[in-house]
Unconditional design. Structure first.
Length: 172
């Protein structure tokens, strides 16, 4: 019902114009949620739809969802879905997607839409507008994150994510 992973650009692809935003990539089983009709969720963990409590992963997902169902319905409706990661007993929402076009909302719009649901999201850091080269991007990321940290790099403009790539922070 939703794509499990975002589409990552190639490392050598140029970054389009826009604000560059980075966040550490959470590690754990992927969780996706969308509503197929009013209050009828399609909740999946690791690509498997969850309908009942049949283990610790499904229990954690159902508990997280059950506490936020009404506010998530108001935030997402049938036009949007979310992508998240279950990491260390917590659910971290990484994306809100338009289901018609598959475009992810930028971090500000995502946080605004989900504010009342009291969900967690990654610690986003804005690196600034349009970074010229991969070396400059790596240097800016190295200032903020430890070597070896895998980052989700997003180029955002007009309320949506225009481009995205993975970056592992290297040594100086």
């Amino acid at each position: 019902m939703l794509t499990a992973e975002p589409v990552w650009d190639e490392d050598d692809a140029s970054l389009p114009d826009g604000d560059v935003v980075v966040s550490p990539l959470p590690v754990g089983p992927r969780l996706t949620l969308r509503f197929v009709s009013a209050f009828e969720p399609w909740l999946a963990v690791a690509g498997r739809r969850i309908n009942a409590d049949d283990g610790p992963e499904s229990r954690a997902a159902l508990l997280w969802f059950g506490r936020r169902q009404a506010t998530l319905w108001r935030a997402l409706g049938v036009d949007h879905g979310l992508r998240a990661t279950q990491a260390q007993g917590q659910v971290i929402v990484t994306d809100v997607l338009g289901l018609n076009d598959g475009v992810a909302l930028d971090h500000g719009a995502m946080m605004g839409a989900l504010e009342l649901a009291k969900v967690r999201w990654p610690a986003f850091a804005v690196l600034g507008a349009s970074i010229g080269s991969r070396a400059e991007l790596a240097a800016r990321a190295r200032v903020l994150y430890a070597a070896g940290t895998q980052l989700d790099v997003r180029v955002e403009e007009d309320g949506r994510v225009r481009a995205r790539r993975l970056l592992r922070v290297g040594r100086a």
